[in-house]
Design a binder for this molecule. Sequence first.
Ligand code: ATP
Ligand code: MG
Length: 399
Amino acid sequence: MDRVILIKYGELTTKKGNRKLFIKTLYFNILKKLKDFDVNIFKDMSRMYIEFNSEDLDIILKKIGEIFGIHSFLIAYKTNSDISSIKNTIKEVLSSNIDLEDLSTFKVETKRSDKNFPIDSLKCNHVFGGYILENFPNLKVDVHKPKNLIHIEIRKDYSYVYLNEYKGLGGYPVGTLGKGMLMLSGGIDSPVAGYLAIKRGIKLDLVYFEAIPHTSLEAREKVIRLAKKLAIYGGKMRLIIVPFTKLQEAIYKNVDGNYSITIMRRMMYRIMEKLTLRFKSLVIVNGESIGQVASQTLTSMRVINNVTNMPIIRPVACFDKLEIIDISKKIGTYDISILPYEDCCTVFVPRHPIINPNLKHCEELESKFAYENLIEEILANLKVITINEEVENKYEDIL
Ligand code: ATP
Ligand code: MG
């Protein structure tokens, strides 16, 4: 039997003006995701259709379940657009998909986009419903809560019959909303923040602040593993490794303990701003969550944020930790995040980080050392790693 995977678009259908771009981007995202499979993909303004080899079906369905911009998808049985072909297909679909010994219920739902088809949708429901009742005596009609909803889509060239839909991830196709840079640490929050930003169609590059030898190469490996998980949803991305050691040491030498985290985070934002300009990103994304630690009180966030005008998106700002953990388990980052390697933020944590920092005081503290030079040096020594969903890792220095 001729089967195709039918894809129904997500929220993009409401964005009339951008619809073409959304569909095109989704199309290329699906092509990339399925590049290792022998598939043909067709698109129109309301649906996409994927022809596939039967032996690949399960893995292809899994991969489609990882693509943003898809509302739902299903396996549709393709047939000619005439009443007797549709009837034959219904018979085959029911015979091969439901247990006919069971006393069960059904409802037919017809969508007729070919207005030249001789009977309208309501009449189709009756005709095909009647056919099912005649041929499958165990099945009864239930229009309210049917166990089997039999969809029939009548189009000009072909028609489709299908039973169940799988829920897609929703969101916008990655890339349709432009580029952002995620501050990716080894913690639980930032990968979840990244996932949620990707869901809104943002194409991400990733930034990891590293303080070797205070942090280990294992900590970097952990971040790379998290990045690969994000690449399942966000496609190929760059991971920029920021050599933060000297600046961090300078902070701890020059800044009194309580303010060190505040100043360190102001430095991170200063660097992030420069990186967004260099890598042509529109926003910074991070995993800050209100109240979680001293640097994430509202006063702290305001004082830290003061160094940049770049928009900063904090997808998990208002989530409880448990809500964040739930998502991290769902996207497969949790088990990696809880591995015990230290982060540059945790190695130097003061005993009593300030929760109500004063902006003037920050500026005074910063005026005591030449951090600008250190930032320049950092920017001249970035490492960029290309992250793919699979194994491939290419090291290359930025010129
Ligand atoms: P946790 O899940 O333990 O809270 P975290 O990654 O959220 O870990 P925080 O100290 O809460 O760590 O930092 C807040 C945010 O700042 C992070 O979510 C991340 O976006 C960013 N950040 C912190 N440390 C780094 C780092 N070393 N490199 C890049 N971004 C970082
Ligand atoms: Mg956190």
